[in-house]
Design a protein. Structure first.
Length: 139
């Protein structure tokens, strides 16, 4: 037996049968999913930007070291106090870069990926539950 109605009208009839499944409830669920993904994405982006800035600080310290070396070879090198401060800043930049890159790749990026997967799975499970409820109600 062939149904003369189009697939959109059949879906609309199914949606009308259940008050819990409506365009507004689906849009609310979609908005919650989007909000969660946006928050996870923003945290990952902040972590990524911090890692990039800390790597840039390491590069700047390296270039500063080259400048100090060049200046010392020309006998106009910095004093020992400035060299000590530069060393401390360089080590702080290297440690910060290592920690920030490690945090991004081990915490924030996997959470974002896992969050996307979990939300997709939850959305499909909710749709399957709603479809099975509609089937049970139609019997």
């Amino acid at each position: 037996m062939v149904d003369s109605r189009g697939p959109k009208s059949f879906a609309a009839e199914l949606m009308e049968q259940d008050a819990e499944i409506s365009d507004s409830s689906l849009s609310e669920q979609r908005a919650k999913i989007q909000e969660t993904l946006t928050a996870l994405d923003e945290r990952a982006r902040v972590s990524q930007r911090f890692a990039a800035k800390s790597i840039a600080a390491v590069v700047a310290c390296y270039l500063g070291g080259l400048a100090f070396y060049t200046a010392s070879s020309l006998s106009i090198g910095p004093g020992p106090a400035i060299a000590t401060v530069w060393q401390v800043c360089t080590w702080a930049a290297v440690i910060t870069a290592a920690v920030s890159v490690t945090r991004y790749w081990t915490i924030h990026r996997p959470r974002l990926e896992r969050g996307r997967i979990d939300l997709h799975v939850a959305m499909f499970q909710e749709l399957q539950r709603q479809i099975s409820e509609l089937k049970d109600k139609s019997k």
